[in-house]
Design a protein around this ligand. Structure first.
Ligand code: ZN
Ligand code: MN
Length: 137
């Protein structure tokens, strides 16, 4: 394999990883992405997936979510938005809600330092788990 081919394959793999993340709103983990993407790229390694996720995160093309469970999840939507995590199934959902940047001001009120932002997640039971608990609804 010459250098050109290898470079092309690398960027193709990165494109495939990026496309996967922006088309899957499920906030997948590296394992999720690897298990799906290797159907199209049988030679891809988990290490390559991790490397590209780190690079894409550093470039600001995707966002890394590190809350809820121990695994890191990735988000193709880099605009500010809040997440809901289901305590039952672990799914992560985007919340459609009004801006809550006033929490920075609330946090600053009795704090002498400078608040630069916040990282909030909401948790509870997702609609489909709720449906399983109360199937009559
Ligand atoms: Zn759930
Ligand atoms: Mn999201």
């Amino acid at each position: 394999m010459n250098h050109t081919t290898r470079t092309l394959n690398r960027s193709k793999q990165r494109d495939a990883i990026f496309n996967y993340i922006i088309t899957h709103k499920t906030h997948p983990t590296a394992d999720d992405i690897y298990n799906d993407i290797r159907k199209d790229f049988p030679n891809i390694s988990l290490g390559t997936v991790y490397r590209n996720l780190t690079l894409l995160t550093e470039l600001g093309s995707i966002k890394k979510l590190s809350y809820g469970d121990a695994a890191e999840h990735f988000d193709g939507d880099i605009t500010p938005h809040n997440h809901f995590i289901c305590n039952t199934c672990g799914s992560i959902t985007d919340l459609q809600m009004e801006n809550i940047d006033f929490v920075d001001e609330a946090a600053s009120r009795n704090f002498d330092g400078k608040i630069a932002g916040h990282n909030i997640y909401f948790y509870g039971t997702c609609p489909s788990c709720l449906q399983n608990i109360h199937p009559e609804h």
